[in-house]
Design a protein around this ligand. Structure first.
Ligand SMILES: NC(=O)c1ccc[n+]([C@@H]2O[C@H](COP(=O)([O-])OP(=O)(O)OC[C@H]3O[C@@H](n4cnc5c(N)ncnc54)[C@H](OP(=O)(O)O)[C@@H]3O)[C@@H](O)[C@H]2O)c1
Length: 230
């Protein structure tokens, strides 16, 4: 019996998301490609988005698994769930330009606003409070959630790693939307999606990545998180 067998599995009451199309904005990067790989391997239909359709198509072809590639706008339009995996620098501009395409969609922001200096990584303080709150402000017609902040893109992309041993903190304002994102996380072997509050509490979740980066550097690891007693 693993330690997780003895606790309630929050995945039991979650909706079936297996037929939903997942798009990844910035899906040509490490995090986006890693998530696309894991979700497609789990049987999800996935579209990789990019500022350039050709780059997306090339990344999709490399991944195989039925993954398609398209420009970010087409990706947003043709997906049910859209993961935002662009750098913080390009976050506001990317989302502002896609307001129409993202209307009515579940948007999953995994962006960690971080700075780096000689002492390592540190959390930036977005004017809106967090990247997720910036997304919600820019996308009033979308169902904005936040999740997948603490994953290692190295592990996600490593085909020799069968299971990703981590929990995914899922934040949002609407229960039906966070349930769908929890269920999506649960599609990836080893992962559980755990509800972790409203978007006003996204800042510390995004910021915690600075601590994980410090742990990774000290211990030469790809640290993840587990929420105990859930
Ligand atoms: N890497 C990780 O381990 C990890 C883990 C958790 C969360 N995250 C978060 O996920 C996001 C992506 O991380 P990453 O390491 O994959 O980043 P990345 O490789 O630097 O960027 C991802 C993709 O975003 C696009 N892009 C680059 N600059 C852009 C801009 N100014 N505007 C719009 N799109 C731009 C690029 O795709 P095209 O050129 O094809 O458009 C790039 O391939 C970040 O916000 C990060 O905080 C990363």
């Amino acid at each position: 019996m693993t330690s997780l067998d003895s606790v309630t599995n929050p995945a039991h009451d979650l909706p079936d998301v297996s037929r939903l199309v997942v798009g990844v904005l910035g899906g040509t990067g490490d995090q986006g490609r890693g998530l696309a790989y894991r979700l497609a391997k789990a049987g999800q239909q996935v579209i990789i988005g990019s500022r350039t359709a050709e780059r997306a198509e090339a990344s999709a072809a490399e991944l195989g698994l039925g993954v398609r590639g398209a420009d970010n706008a087409t990706t947003a339009r043709e997906s049910d769930i859209v993961i935002v995996a662009v750098p913080w620098d390009g976050h506001a501009a990317t989302l502002s330009a896609l307001r129409e395409e993202l209307a009515g969609k579940i948007v999953v922001d995994c962006v960690n606003p971080l700075g780096f200096d000689k002492q390592g990584a540190y959390a930036l303080k977005p004017e809106e409070g967090s990247a997720a709150q910036q997304a919600a402000a820019l996308l009033p017609d979308s169902r904005v959630t936040a999740a997948f902040h603490h994953l290692s893109a190295v592990l996600l992309q490593d085909e020799s790693v069968a299971e990703i041993d981590t929990d995914v903190m899922v934040l949002g304002e609407e229960r039906a939307a966070t349930d769908i994102v929890q269920a999506l996380a649960g599609r990836i072997p080893g992962m559980r999606g755990i509800f972790a509050g409203r978007l006003r509490n996204a800042h510390q979740v995004e910021s915690l990545v600075a601590n994980l980066i410090s742990a990774n550097r000290r211990y030469k690891a790809h640290a993840g998180l587990r929420i105990t007693d859930v």
